[in-house]
Design a protein around this ligand. Structure first.
Ligand SMILES: Nc1nc(=O)c2ncn([C@@H]3O[C@H](COP(=O)(O)OP(=O)(O)O[C@H]4O[C@H](CO)[C@@H](O)[C@H](O)[C@H]4O)[C@@H](O)[C@H]3O)c2[nH]1
Ligand SMILES: [Mg+2]
Length: 211
């Protein structure tokens, strides 16, 4: 995953299927204002609990945006990637299994597909429970994310996961103690808020009472 040998930046092509920047204008209290926005896909994220192993199932992956963000906050900018000073591992995250809504399927179906592709668990949609819906990037995209919960067993495991096409995703199982430590001390693995919130929701609502 971290076998990254070169990183460089370029301008965003106008036909990017993932990100579209634009400016919105509005009049508030009689004053004309504007805001710069990014149109991005809505998404789903799934809190996955393997009851056979009593483990939470998360994913690790290299996130270009996080690699950039870590360096930009540290150096105040990012002109050229220095892989010696900033190894690719600083851009690796620990997250919930998640995916963008870019197909005309129900959101639950998309969650089902992501669980299979990224983590290798094959479960019917009926077993996927909606937890909550929220907006991320309220200053830039306002994109919607729906969080789901699903209990799986070793019998649901169809393959090792890892993502599709050229995705490089590592499935990580956390014990209840390890996951609890994560929410108590805050993210140490570049985890996004959705992951921390999903784990906190799990401990408040689903974890075995001894956890
Ligand atoms: N080439 C290229 N350029 C891109 O800019 C670019 N951007 C994406 N991709 C490709 O699209 C697919 C995206 O993967 P997923 O459907 O699994 O979505 P996630 O990246 O997991 O993102 C979700 O979950 C996150 C965690 O909660 C949230 O933060 C996000 O908001 C949420 O969308 C991959 O196949 C990837 O390769 C790009 N491919
Ligand atoms: Mg994903």
């Amino acid at each position: 995953m971290e076998n990254i040998t070169k990183i460089w930046l370029g301008p965003l092509p106008e036909d990017s299927p993932y990100v579209k920047p634009f400016r919105m204008y509005y009049v508030q209290n009689g004053v004309e204002k504007n805001w710069d926005l990014l149109k991005v896909h809505d998404s789903v994220a799934i809190v996955l609990f393997n009851t056979t192993r009593q483990k939470l199932v998360l994913v690790r992956q290299f996130r270009p945006a996080v690699y950039h963000g870590v360096i930009a906050s540290e150096k105040g900018g990012f002109d050229k990637a220095d892989l010696k000073a900033f190894p690719p591992s600083i851009g690796v995250t620990l997250e919930l299994c998640a995916g963008i809504v870019d197909k005309s399927m129900s959101w639950q179906e998309i969650a089902r597909e992501e669980m299979l592709e990224e983590c290798g668990y094959d479960v019917p949609v009926e077993r996927i429970e909606q937890v909550m819906v929220y907006r991320s990037g309220v200053g830039s995209s306002g994109a919607k994310q729906a969080m789901y919960y699903c209990e799986v067993t070793d019998a649901d495991k169809a393959h090792g996961g890892g993502g599709v096409d050229d995705e490089l995703i590592e499935v990580v199982e956390l014990s209840l103690e390890e996951a609890k430590r994560m929410v108590q001390q805050g993210a140490v693995n570049n985890s996004p808020p959705s992951c921390l919130m999903g784990l906190m929701w799990f401990f408040a609502n689903k974890a075995p009472s001894s956890a």
